[in-house]
Design a protein around this ligand. Structure first.
Ligand code: NOJ
Length: 697
């Protein structure tokens, strides 16, 4: 049926309409059709894989106060270009990323006189488009809506969180996005991850969001559609949103919107391996990146969440000089690069008047920064704004110069407030004003050689390619919920969803590594995992600033297991999903950047699982290469190599509820031709380290 429609559509394009154009992916499997209706100038696109349509003709366009830019267009020209280049990341899941695509820019003239281009890019594993307003007489546009739509031809279910989920800290759910069930859907946050009826996968998101409202998604009249986060007009009388006619973006020409992006792959490993989002972002704008470096860190942090310490001063104040001295020495002894301290500065009593350059009296910044320097351990600063972005922005230079002056080159920022106060008043953090604020923070921080870990962020869109000092972000229901959430903590399934949803959008500061599950202060809440699951997270959850979140004394309850946290890197040469099913389990293998060492991590939901792990990845093969063209030869270098493997495994009777601490650590000699058989306990997981054995060196 869809094949027939496909041919009808193509005939329609080629016959009736002179301004139709198509674009083919480098491997020839995906085709994108653009159509500008000859009669009424309506613009649409469709996408086919081989001879089947995967996206039916779908709407394109922007609605602005100045003009409704969805129809009454005329095509004035079309340019094509192709790209096939490999670029090197400053840090990442991969050292080298190949950007191979075909592109087409359609130049359109609207009846109103406004010029609008649409640039399409077609990759082997998906497509993207963006609207471009070139330099022209119309200098400003007030955008009230965007009509970009995705009419998927197949039945599909999507993993999503509702768009009003505070700080994106929700449990992801799988629900139909087409058919009659879909009408009950709320508006969703972008991204969503799609499982199609034929077993293939999709991921809908945006790329390069830097001066525009974040996109949200909703289903109406058979299509997934874009809903841009609105500007809020003060005073906010009620929170009901006026869907029509609210301002979404103020645009000054020339201007390009962020990319609308859809990954389409047949398998889950290919979905996870897609680098379309990074390829769509601008290359690095920071000339000297030598000061940017991935780090593992600990912190005066978990104690506040389990309520054995406080942020504010008092008898159990966490960020005291004495505590920090202890943490810094512990980090030094265990090879942890850095230590975060929250609650070091004035303002925690009311969360309204934070001062980012004045420590509490029991925090000796000069002494601690000298000590950190002498130990070779970094301090990670903490700037919680309580949502007062405007005041923070006003003082950015002074704040960052104070931190840099004390040798602090990484700062965790925070915006705890459902609606933040920007220089434009009260706004959604993911509205245009919030997005601008976050970018200003990153750009200013770069001037002072400061790396950013952004909590309560806007959803990542790959901006870290352009500004690699944006190392990681929260935007997730992270570990802290397991300390205090009134629902008792996140279900085991949660962590098996995140690698395929939130983490597809970018690095995540989830803060893995809890080693002590009893919480005397809030006994009804706990981490739903075994200790080995916590270790598996260090490989399954990607973050170049990776926190080991528990207290030093808790790590010393299991020093042999802590050894994995000491050893595991957070910057990778290559990353592969070896096996997985969204919401059930996943197994990742990652090669340490610039080394032959490999690390494998696995996590499961509440179901125990037995899996086989062929170690062929040790043979240096690019099993996930989306182009199928990578050089697979190893020159025989690694084929006969013996590896020393250290395996951190759930014990036979391990169980997150009853025996979370039951584990075995085994050492084995292995080669790439071996297959390991592993059992994960309910809520369990595993971690593995592979290093070339001495007898090969
Ligand atoms: C919420 C953040 O997610 C958490 O990590 C931090 O400790 C608190 N805000 C305080 O800033």
């Amino acid at each position: 049926m869809k094949k027939i429609l496909y041919f009808c559509f193509v005939c329609l394009l080629l016959g009736a309409c002179t301004s139709s154009k198509e674009l083919t992916s480098p491997d020839g499997h995906l085709t994108l059709f653009f159509d500008c209706d000859a009669d009424n100038g309506t613009i649409r696109y469709a996408v086919a894989r081989d001879s089947e349509l995967v996206i039916d003709p779908s709407e394109l366009g922007i609605i602005a106060r100045e003009a409704v830019l969805t129809d009454r267009f005329r095509v004035t020209g079309i340019d094509h270009h192709s790209e096939d280049a490999t670029w090197e990341t400053v840090w990442g899941e991969e050292r080298l990323i190949r950007d191979c695509h075909n592109a087409m820019t359609v130049h359109l003239l609207h009846q109103s006189g406004i010029n609008m281009d649409i640039e399409f890019r077609l990759f082997n594993d998906g497509f993207a488009f963006r609207y471009i307003f070139p330099e022209q007489e119309t200098k400003t546009l007030t955008v009230t809506d965007e009509t970009s739509a995705y009419r998927f031809t197949q039945n599909a279910e999507a993993w999503s969180i509702p768009w009003r989920t505070e700080y994106y800290e929700g449990l992801w759910q799988k629900r139909p996005i087409n058919g009659h069930m879909a009408n009950t859907l709320d508006t969703l946050c972008s991204p969503i991850t799609i499982e199609f009826a034929d077993g293939s996968y999709g991921f809908v998101h945006e790329a390069a969001l830097s001066d525009y409202p974040a996109q949200n998604l909703y289903v109406r009249e058979g299509a997934l559609r874009t809903y841009l986060t609105p500007w809020l007009q003060e005073p906010i009388k009620n929170e009901e949103l006026k869907i029509k006619n609210e301002v979404k973006a103020y645009v000054e020409t020339p201007f390009s919107t962020p990319w609308r992006m859809v990954i389409l792959t047949k398998t889950l490993p290919e979905l996870v391996a897609s680098r379309i989002m990074l390829n769509l972002n601008e290359p690095c704008k920071i000339e000297d990146t030598s000061w940017i470096r991935p780090m593992k860190f600990m912190g005066i942090w978990w104690g506040m969440h389990i309520k054995t310490m406080t942020w504010e001063q008092g008898p159990i104040h966490g960020a005291t000089t004495a505590n920090m001295v202890r943490y810094l020495h512990f980090a030094k002894e265990h090879g942890i690069d850095a230590v975060l301290a929250e609650g070091w500065n004035l303002g925690w009593e009311d969360w309204k008047h934070f001062n980012f350059t004045t420590p509490y009296p029991d925090w000796d910044m000069d002494y601690l920064s000298r000590l950190a320097d002498s130990l070779g351990v970094q301090i990670v600063g903490h700037n919680e704004t309580g949502g007062n972005a405007a005041d923070y922005e006003k003082d950015l230079d002074a704040i960052y110069s104070y931190h840099a002056g004390h040798g602090i080159h990484a700062i965790k920022t925070g915006y705890v407030a459902p609606i933040i106060r920007t220089t434009d008043g009260l706004q959604w953090n993911k509205g245009q004003s919030g997005v601008r604020h976050y970018r200003k923070v990153i750009e200013t921080a770069a001037k002072y050689h400061i790396m950013i870990d952004n909590h309560e962020p806007v959803m990542p869109t790959g901006l870290q390619r352009t500004y690699p000092n944006l190392l990681t972000q929260e935007g997730v229901r992270g570990q802290e919920w397991n300390a205090w959430s009134t629902d008792g903590g996140s279900p085991c399934e949660h962590v098996t969803v995140l690698p395929f949803t939130r983490i597809m959008a970018g690095p995540v500061d989830y803060t893995p590594g809890v080693f002590h599950f009893e919480n005397p202060v809030i006994p009804t809440t706990r981490v739903h995992s075994t200790l080995m699951n916590q270790l598996g997270l260090f490989v399954c959850f990607y973050s170049p600033l990776q926190m080991a979140c528990d207290l030093p004394e808790h790590y010393m309850e299991h020093p042999d297991a802590f050894r994995f946290i000491e050893a595991v890197p957070c910057d990778w040469e290559r990353s592969l999903l070896l096996d997985g099913k969204i919401g059930d389990f996943c197994v990742f293998a990652r090669q340490e950047r610039g080394s032959d060492n490999w690390y494998v991590g696995g996590i499961t939901d509440e179901q125990a699982r037995e899996i086989d792990i062929p170690l062929s990845f040790l043979n240096d093969q690019m099993v996930n290469d989306p182009y199928g063209e990578a050089d697979r030869s190893t020159g025989g270098r690694l084929e006969m190599v013996n590896y020393k493997a250290v395996l951190y495994l759930d014990a036979e009777d391990a169980n997150w509820q009853t025996r979370p601490y039951a584990y075995d650590i085994e050492e084995r000699d292995v080669t790439a031709s071996d297959t390991l058989h592993v059992r994960m306990a309910p809520g369990g997981g595993f971690a593995m380290e592979f290093k070339i054995a001495d007898n090969n060196k």
